[in-house]
Design a protein around this ligand. Structure first.
Ligand SMILES: NC(=O)c1ccc[n+]([C@@H]2O[C@H](COP(=O)([O-])OP(=O)(O)OC[C@H]3O[C@@H](n4cnc5c(N)ncnc54)[C@H](O)[C@@H]3O)[C@@H](O)[C@H]2O)c1
Length: 375
């Protein structure tokens, strides 16, 4: 196994195993880490089903597991109350016990939903993540946040529940559409930009990011997981430093919600543009200098991610409408809006903006600026 990252959380510690072909040992690893006598309830993302059938399922069977399988549609629309309720009922109907294992085989949406079910049934079952998108390998499968969406917004219901094992096999990314791949890159660039200057430098030297595949991805996925694990280890429940990982998210979530009615916007795309707005905001407040914005933009472009609000939303998002959404963000404290602003590449701060009128006028200036790069 080439890349193994320990997420060191005391009795909740676990390993993230990253290697091309790693899924071929899924059954053996499960038997070793969790126990060969456990039953497995597998939640399979339809988008990743070919990989499940050709690799995941045979690997489990060859190690003696006979998984109960629940297929679910992938993507954001699966993160609902009704999916959560059906999944919990199905796990119980299959007679799964507390010590048995719920396995998520899919993207971040399926992982978030499945993790939440695993945390709730019997007050917490065994939980294993097999992330099948770039984003879920570097971000959502690590750190234990689970969630569904409600009428009040994205990820409004959730739990902290760490998996017992994560197996990330870059081979499954061969079928991932370019837009989904770009979303994963946006999160890697985010983690590097806000917490790991050395990783950011490696990305700058890696060539055209959108063209990297197979073995070339392994060290980058590992680097991003190491950076995320470091932060999660320091602040598991996001009472401090972990909030840095929301860089780009306050602006991004607002754009994502506004644009949802007009067309499809992916989470990672919204985060990419959210970062571009946040770094301009940081420049206006004097938090960072002007050298950071072109470096982040260059990497996002190299990954094929959007870098301007208009290219994302296909309409001019209004500052007032964005602010209204930002004021509902669950990460806010009191009347202030929480923004993550970079200070330099590899470091940043949690900034609480208490004056809505000041935020509004800065946002108006940023959105109306003529300095947005061509999409
Ligand atoms: N828990 C966390 O800490 C955390 C962190 C970041 C993001 N998230 C969440 O993750 C979700 C986004 O995850 P995502 O980017 O993985 O997208 P996704 O889960 O929405 O999946 C995107 C699409 O890719 C398909 N797919 C999955 N694997 C595939 C493969 N190997 N080949 C082809 N298609 C495949 C899916 O069926 C889906 O249609 C959001 O809901 C976001 O809120 C959670």
């Amino acid at each position: 196994m080439s890349g193994q990252v320990l997420v060191d959380l005391g009795e909740r510690s676990y390993r993230v195993e990253i290697a091309a072909g790693a899924l071929r040992s899924l059954g053996a690893r499960l038997a070793c880490v969790i126990g060969a006598d456990r039953r497995v309830f597998a939640v399979v993302d339809e988008g990743a089903e070919p990989h499940w059938k050709s690799v995941g399922m045979p690997a489990l069977k060859s190690a003696g597991f006979d998984p109960v399988i629940q297929r679910v549609s992938g993507g954001e629309t699966v993160k609902t109350w009704s999916s959560l309720s059906s999944l919990c009922e199905a796990i119980l109907a299959a007679g799964m016990q507390r010590r048995d294992v719920v396995l998520a085989f899919g993207g971040g949406a399926v992982g978030d939903l499945t993790g939440m079910a695993a945390s709730l049934v019997h007050r917490g079952m065994g939980f294993v993540q097999c992330p099948t998108t770039l984003l879920s390998m570097v971000d959502s499968s690590v750190g234990g946040k689970t969630a569904i969406n409600t009428a009040h917004g994205k990820n409004m219901l959730g739990t902290f529940y760490q998996p017992h094992l994560v197996i990330a096999d870059p081979d499954v990314l061969s079928s991932l559409p370019p837009r989904e791949r770009a979303c994963g890159w946006a999160e890697i660039i985010k983690i590097a930009a806000i917490s790991d200057a050395a990783l950011f430098g490696r990305l700058e030297e890696a060539g055209t990011l959108s063209q990297l595949s197979g073995g070339a991805l392994e060290p980058i996925i590992e680097g991003a997981v190491v950076a995320k694990a470091r932060i999660v280890t320091e602040d598991e429940h996001e009472n401090g430093r972990r909030a840095l990982l929301n860089f780009g998210h306050t602006f991004g979530h607002a754009l994502e919600t506004l644009a949802r009615d007009k067309g499809d916007v992916l989470h990672g795309e919204a985060v990419a543009v959210g970062m571009c707005i946040a770094v301009r905001y940081a420049q206006m407040t004097g938090t960072c200098d002007a050298t950071i914005e072109p470096r982040i933009t260059r990497l996002l472009k190299s990954a094929g991610a959007p870098v301007a609000p208009l290219s994302l939303t296909m309409f001019s998002p209004g500052a007032g409408a964005m602010l209204a959404h930002m004021q509902r963000d669950k990460k806010n404290a009191g009347n202030s809006v929480t923004l993550i602003l970079p200070r330099a590449i590899g470091t940043g701060d949690v900034h609480r903006e208490a004056q809505a009128d000041r935020l509004l006028s800065r946002l108006e200036t940023i959105l109306s600026s003529h300095h947005w790069p061509d999409p």
